[in-house]
Design a protein around this ligand. Sequence first.
Ligand code: PNS
Length: 160
Amino acid sequence: MKAICPGSFDPVTFGHLDIVTRVASMFDEVIVAVGHNMSKNGLFLPAERVEMITECTADLPNVTATTFSGLLVDFCRDQGIGVIAKGLRFGADFDYELQMAQMNGHLTGVETIFLPTSPQWSFVSSSLVREVATLSGDVSALVPDTVAARVRAKLAERAG
Ligand code: PNS
């Protein structure tokens, strides 16, 4: 059975990778899908996010990464994906994710499963990684080395 781990992944963090690894142990095939969150401004291009995810999941043979546009449920239907898998860090995640899970279920009947984030990653988010790195803080314990290097390079490029 195929599952999808959708998100913005801007950039992918150890928190995301923890969830993807655990989902990959439960399903035959896992697609990590970079989508557009209309309420977020991006640092990385979608294709760059996919590259980073692909590099960081190279040791998981049943995991692939791609972008999608439009509704997640339409992508799931087109790809024969029956389960959306999401990580939950704390109560606010649940409030946000429950509404999306119910909307997605309403639209096509696709199921969503929630996994509790491993406690060591509960405070990690891509937006905080971007903020800390932008202000010259150390994010090396929060994202893989290759991702940290790309974040530094992207911020340097933006600074001109
Ligand atoms: O990591 P994020 O930002 O929480 O990911 C959110 C994402 C991209 C998975 C979500 O915004 C999404 O599914 N967008 C695609 C458009 C869509 O299907 N919207 C309706 C959601 S009920």
